[in-house]
Design a protein around this ligand. Structure first.
Ligand SMILES: Cc1cc2nc3c(=O)[nH]c(=O)nc-3n(C[C@H](O)[C@H](O)[C@H](O)COP(=O)(O)OP(=O)(O)OC[C@H]3O[C@@H](n4cnc5c(N)ncnc54)[C@H](O)[C@@H]3O)c2cc1C
Length: 384
């Protein structure tokens, strides 16, 4: 099975050269033993050296203007590169959050100083970000965040606790959603975003171990941590609107349906070697057709974002359907009975299946649960 086939179908035949270049790069990386394809590599494949090599190719910060170290390329070109990296299970977690949502967010809301400070490092693959939204009592109900930043002269003093903060132990900065004004009962009013550099002496980062024994996310505790007043991202009190803008980028990208694509590709290769039963062929065809439909939807979101619109409802639909598909794919291959799930196996297919089975529960949680996304879709359709 080819990664995700022709760009002519999305009106972008010129992307073929770019895709070829990415595939050649990845083939060379594989041949040199510099990475092993894995499922969910955008969340767990943390490899700063790989990120730096991608940056050297001009494939990070692709849509950042050149004056900030970027490459001024189109979102569609960035989309094509992302698809290739994800479908081939490349270890892109280190830079993923920074490149996906912090670059657009800082470009849209940041001061000139913040743009100069963070964007060149994002494009160079040397500045990584974490997202500090969720709290122990504020996940789906994000507007109830209690972490507070109090203005004190030229500083903010931050207190509170964030949780499930992916990569905070490795990131150079975190985008923090916190209350700067009013009370928790004010909900969306009075929330702001801060760019907090890490590590920080008064910010404690405690690892949380997940079911596969790895520790990718954290509890992050702010002990009256002082950061400069210039850490404010965008406008004080506008944090909620800014976060909603960011979430459209966070929810709609190709990673929301391609996390387990390396597993599907490996399974398809195995079937072509061993021969497939009619039932297995049918399963492969069904999964491929679903991936294709999701891809068209995701591309639509990308083009809406490019046009400066806010496709929140479509982004929620893509993530709901896409993350459901990612899990269905794992279950379909597992129940096809030809592959055993074995963590640490020398057989990449067995290893990837094991990794995917263990990761499946998170697909429909991270970035907003499916129940919440369906609420957004229902409201968008006018259902009360
Ligand atoms: C792998 C992973 C990585 C993550 N990384 C980050 C990160 O980097 N930064 C960050 O800030 N957060 C991160 N999160 C947190 C994620 O955003 C939250 O887990 C998610 O928003 C759900 O919040 P919760 O866990 O508090 O669950 P809850 O909000 O407590 O929800 C529990 C259950 O109740 C359901 N539910 C809740 N409210 C409603 C409702 N109104 N209607 C119907 N059903 C409802 C939910 O759908 C869910 O099934 C990550 C999560 C995971 C799994």
């Amino acid at each position: 099975m080819t990664a995700l086939a022709t760009d002519a179908t999305i009106g972008a035949p010129a992307l073929g050269d770019l895709r070829r270049a990415v595939r050649e790069f990845l083939a060379a990386e594989l041949a040199a033993g510099r990475y092993a394809p894995d499922a969910d590599s955008w969340m767990t494949g943390f490899d700063p050296a790989f990120s730096a090599r991608l940056a050297a190719q001009g494939w990070l910060g692709m849509t950042i203007p050149t004056e900030y170290g970027g490459h001024a390329r189109s979102p569609l070109e960035r989309f094509a590169v992302s698809e290739e990296l994800l479908a081939h299970g490349a270890p892109v977690a280190a830079h993923w959050i920074a490149d996906r949502q912090m670059a657009p967010s800082i470009l849209a809301n940041g001061t000139e100083r913040q743009k100069e400070r963070y964007l060149p490092g994002i494009a160079a693959g040397t500045t990584f970000f974490a997202i500090g939204m969720s709290e122990p009592d504020a996940g789906s109900d994000l507007a109830s965040v209690r972490t507070r930043a109090v203005a004190d002269g030229d500083s903010w003093i931050i207190s509170g606790t964030k949780v499930w903060t992916t990569g905070a132990h490795l990131a150079h900065a975190m985008v923090l959603l916190c209350r700067t004004d009013g009370q928790p009962a004010d909900r969306q009013q009075g929330l702001s975003q801060l760019l907090v550099d890490l590590p920080h002496p008064d910010i404690e980062i405690r690892p949380i171990t997940s079911i596969d024994g790895q520790a990718h996310f954290n509890e992050v505790i702010f002990h009256d941590a002082r950061v400069p007043a210039t850490a404010l991202l965008g406008r004080r009190g506008e944090g909620w609107a800014q976060v909603m803008g960011e979430l459209a980028f966070e929810r709609s990208g190709p990673e929301r349906y391609l996390s387990t694509m390396p597993l599907l590709r490996a399974w398809a290769s195995r079937l072509s070697e061993t021969g497939a039963t009619p039932e297995q062929r049918r399963t492969l065809g069904m999964l491929t057709a679903r991936a294709w439909a999701l891809r068209r939807m995701s591309l639509r979101v990308a083009s809406e974002l490019t046009a400066g619109r806010r496709p929140d409802v479509l982004a929620a639909m893509v993530k709901d359907l896409g993350s459901t598909f990612e899990g269905d794919l794992v279950e379909a291959i597992r129940s096809a009975g030809t592959v055993l799930a074995r963590p640490g196996s020398a057989d990449p297919l067995q290893r990837m299946l094991a990794q995917s089975v263990l990761h499946t529960p998170v697909f429909t949680l991270r970035g907003g649960t499916n129940e919440i996304l369906r609420g957004i879709v229902a409201r968008g359709l006018g259902v009360r």
